[in-house]
Design a binder for this molecule. Structure first.
Ligand code: TMP
Ligand code: ASP
Length: 252
């Protein structure tokens, strides 16, 4: 079999040419990085968990009519996705102050925000993905005003969906990051959710205990990252359950 063509390798995923034009295979690695890859490790099983979790979130979004790049999961580590032109912006939505917002504005982590805040960071590792204003985005033509309006609307829909889903399993969605891409159909373009949605790109806190169930466990050395992600997958009913194979069965 011919070796497939690698299109792009990032810190946590690899993109390969897909079986049909306009498709890609997205492979989830076990690599974990933080602080722009200053901190690195390999967390066994992380790629498998993120592949399954991202599938779950993307399928749920599509069911609600939010367009995503996800087509289908191919195996434990790979999914088939639509090829898009990634807009070079990380779109962050925050419900509770944490991370860089807390640091930048001196707001205590855990402070509920009066409304969801949408931020944009310019995707450039060499610059450390700096926070940018809409003015920069428009002036440097990274996206149009229409794109920006669509991106904010998409991000807020993802926020509503993910917040509700997580609340249902006792988890607070503190913040998250998504990436958005352009899908072309002749002259027409539409914006769709791309990349991944997983505990690598969200902050998830247990509602009762405040325990962190996201990549901050790795960033801040708080314990086992794979245990944290397994807990999220378990609560969402995504882990195979060890059901007893023998014993009495309830019948009507
Ligand atoms: P921040 O508070 O560090 O700016 O992070 C905000 C959210 O974005 C948080 O859920 C983690 C996520 N994130 C990424 O997915 N990739 C990144 O490179 C960074 C810095 C944050
Ligand atoms: N994704 C970034 C990195 O790999 C930063 C982070 O998630 O904290 O370094």
């Amino acid at each position: 079999m011919a070796r497939r063509k690698k299109i792009y390798e990032g810190k946590a995923k690899i993109l390969y040419e897909g079986p049909e034009p306009g498709t890609l295979v997205q492979y989830f690695k076990d690599d974990a990085t933080a602080f722009n890859a200053v901190k690195k490790d390999v967390i066994e099983g992380k790629g498998v968990l993120n592949n399954r979790l991202s599938e779950h979130f993307m399928v749920g979004l599509a069911t609600l009519g939010v367009p995503t790049h996800f087509i289908k999961r191919l195996n434990m580590r790979e999914q088939l996705v639509h090829q898009v032109e990634i807009i070079p912006l990380e779109v962050i939505v925050r419900n509770v102050a944490a991370g860089s917002l807390s640091k930048m504005l001196g707001i205590e982590e855990g402070t509920q925000l009066p409304r969801p805040i949408v931020e944009f960071c310019y995707k450039d590792d060499a610059l450390g993905d700096p926070l940018v204003a809409e003015e920069h985005i428009l002036a440097f033509n990274w996206a149009s005003q229409q794109d920006l309006d669509d991106m904010v609307a998409l991000a807020l829909r993802v926020n509503d969906y993910l917040s509700g889903l997580m609340y249902g399993v006792g988890i607070k969605l503190v913040d998250f990051k998504i990436e958005i891409g352009r899908q072309f159909d002749g002259d027409f373009q539409r914006l769709i959710i791309a990349d991944e949605i997983s505990p690598d790109s969200c902050r998830l806190w247990d509602i009762k205990t405040g325990e962190k169930l996201d990549k901050d466990v790795f960033r801040r050395d708080l314990g086992s990252l794979s245990d944290a992600y397994t807990e999220v997958a378990n609560r969402l009913g995504l882990m195979p359950q060890n059901k007893p194979t023998t014993g009495p069965k309830l019948v009507n």
